[in-house]
Design a binder for this molecule. Structure first.
Ligand code: HEC
Ligand code: HEC
Length: 299
């Protein structure tokens, strides 16, 4: 009887969460937070406010910006030929790329072309976006002259506001997690996972789908997850993401400052889920050419 009650409560919780659109990718910026804009010398030269999607109305690139926004939110559903798993870009780029410590796109448009340590060369924005298609989305690149690529560029450019190339919106950057500082314990990670993650991401990392077959809570491992070539498969990246963004809705930056996971728990849970079976990455031998792969690489 108790078990039945437990299951009913869980079903109600999940239904309510699903009904409310729990996912942060559907939230617009909650408040118009203002950040400093700095120039190459680090001097504050202007202020930047995260734009709201309603500001797009009447913009000369309105159609392309909204198309890009939809693609980043609903990638798996809209681009099935290019996405090889169940994820959307904004499964990791939190709050539509507007969240400071959630892999934001705010400075992205102005940052490229940019040197990429994994490739050991300068990548342009098309190559960087297609990198996430091939690794994080376990899929295929989109053509660079396609309306889809143009839409993603338009959204990222619009999100960056009027900030000129060479200048930067001063955000707290996602420091890569110093994994070596702790000894990872995957058994403890499994317990953290069961207590803090499994209700949304599934007891076997399989995620939860809505009635249309789209993931509402994304998978963390298995065939529908990111592949071993993704940044998120590395403990240093996954740790930084998890400590600031997960469990969803309870984070360090929440209004009451709740801290649910210690750094040790993050290291443990990341050790547990990043090393679970996930798709291989075909081009892995070309990464970090002429040098040793970083210690937290899966290959
Ligand atoms: C599984 C998580 C995940 C998914 C899904 C994902 N990304 Fe990323 N993305 C990341 C991480 C983590 C980084 C930071 C890269 C690093 O240091 O390895 C990143 C970096 C980027 C960057 C560079 C940002 C900058 O300012 O330098 C772009 C652009 C990008 N992603 C676009 C996309 C697009 C477009 C999609 C969907 C096609 C996508 N990402 C899907 C995790 C993800
Ligand atoms: C309340 C539900 C919830 C809980 C609990 C939760 N997550 Fe998430 N998680 C999400 C959602 C929803 C997303 C997709 C991003 C979005 O829409 O905001 C996500 C995205 C992620 C991602 C990137 C996308 C992917 O599938 O790879 C990782 C990694 C992740 N969560 C890890 C964790 C870990 C580790 C825990 C436990 C410490 C956890 N999450 C707890 C709801 C949750």
């Amino acid at each position: 009887m108790n078990k039945l009650l437990g299951i009913s409560v869980l079903v109600v919780v999940i239904s309510v969460a699903a009904y409310m659109g729990y996912e942060s990718r559907f939230y617009d910026a909650p408040d118009a937070k203002t950040y400093d804009v700095i120039n190459a010398e680090g001097k504050v030269i202007d202020q930047f406010t995260i734009p709201k999607i309603t500001d797009v109305v009447g913009h000369k690139d309105e159609e392309a910006i909204l198309y890009g926004m939809r693609l980043l939110n609903e990638t798996a559903r809209l681009l099935p030929d290019n996405v090889g798993n169940g994820l959307n870009c904004n499964s990791c780029h939190m709050g539509q790329g507007k969240r400071e410590l959630g892999a934001p796109y705010i400075n992205t448009y102005n940052r490229y072309p940019r040197f990429n340590p994994r490739a050991q060369r300068v990548l342009d924005l098309n190559e960087r976006i297609n990198g996430c298609f091939q690794r994080s989305m376990n899929g295929k690149p989109i053509p660079i002259d396609s309306p889809e690529m143009q839409g993603m560029h338009a959204y990222m450019k619009w999100l960056g506001g009027d900030v000129a190339p060479g200048n930067t919106v001063k955000l707290t950057s996602l420091e890569f997690f110093k994994v070596g500082k702790y000894t990872a314990n995957a058994n403890n990670g499994a317990q953290v996972y069961a207590a803090q993650c499994g209700t949304c991401h599934g007891s076997d990392g399989e995620g939860i789908k809505d009635q249309f077959g789209d993931y509402i809570f994304p998978p963390l491992w298995g065939d529908d997850s990111f592949n071993i070539g993704a940044g998120m498969a590395r403990a240093s990246r996954a740790g930084a993401f998890v400590i600031h963004n997960m469990p969803l809705s309870v984070s360090r930056e929440a209004p009451l400052g709740q801290i649910t996971l210690s750094e040790q728990e993050v290291v443990d849970v990341v050790e547990y889920f990043t090393k679970k079976p996930r798709p291989d990455f075909a081009g892995k031998e070309n990464d970090w050419p002429g040098m040793d792969n970083p210690a937290d690489s899966r290959y």
